[in-house]
Design a protein around this ligand. Structure first.
Ligand code: NI
Length: 181
């Protein structure tokens, strides 16, 4: 088990479009170890998702897990089992959007309000290379979109419609959203 160092905002790798992982490389011990280490790192820092560029590896790979004891679980009631996502694609289902107060391990201690698609169709490879297709909604769909953005060098603050809601976590817990909702 290894806990990996997390790149913070300002590191150029977080602004780099990551490369797809070819099948033969996905099977390599290096990538399989990276996946295990990313899971350990996500759990260590109480994250619900972690993308490879956040641990200085510019690959189209992320891990996600929404346990039932996550503070955000209660909002949508949707649990996401541990999922390894390789070379993902997604598309929105319908026009519904949700507003999501998001944080990011690469932007420690702050949160901001981001619009996301409520339901998405997803397609990716698992760690064994097998194709996975499905639909996500609620908080797991938000996490998927947030982590996917990391693969394109996009951070959640880029998606905020206003910086008014940008808050330190402690102040958010104390005062709530500053736009009054
Ligand atoms: Ni993030």
């Amino acid at each position: 088990m290894s806990i990996l160092k997390v790149a913070r905002m300002g590191h150029p790798i977080l602004r780099t479009v990551a490369d797809a992982i070819p099948d033969e490389m996905l099977r390599s011990p290096e990538i399989q170890q990276l996946i295990d280490d990313m899971v350990d790192t996500m759990v260590e820092y109480d994250g619900v998702g972690l993308a490879a560029p956040q641990v200085h590896q510019s690959w189209r790979l992320f891990v996600m897990e929404v346990p039932s004891d996550s503070p955000r679980y209660g909002e949508t009631g949707a649990v996401q089992p541990l999922t390894i996502v390789v070379n993902p694609e997604y598309s929105p289902i319908g026009d519904d959007h949700v507003e999501s107060m998001e944080g990011c391990l690469s932007i420690p201690d702050v949160m901001g309000l981001v619009p996301r698609h409520e339901r998405i169709k997803v397609r990716f490879q698992g760690r064994d290379g097998k194709l996975v297709e499905g639909e996500l909604s609620g908080f797991p769909a938000i996490v998927f979109q947030h982590e996917y953005d990391h693969l394109d060098g996009v951070l959640y603050i880029d998606r905020m419609e206003s910086l008014e809601t940008l808050s330190f976590r402690r102040e958010y817990e104390r005062f709530g959203r500053l736009d009054g909702e």
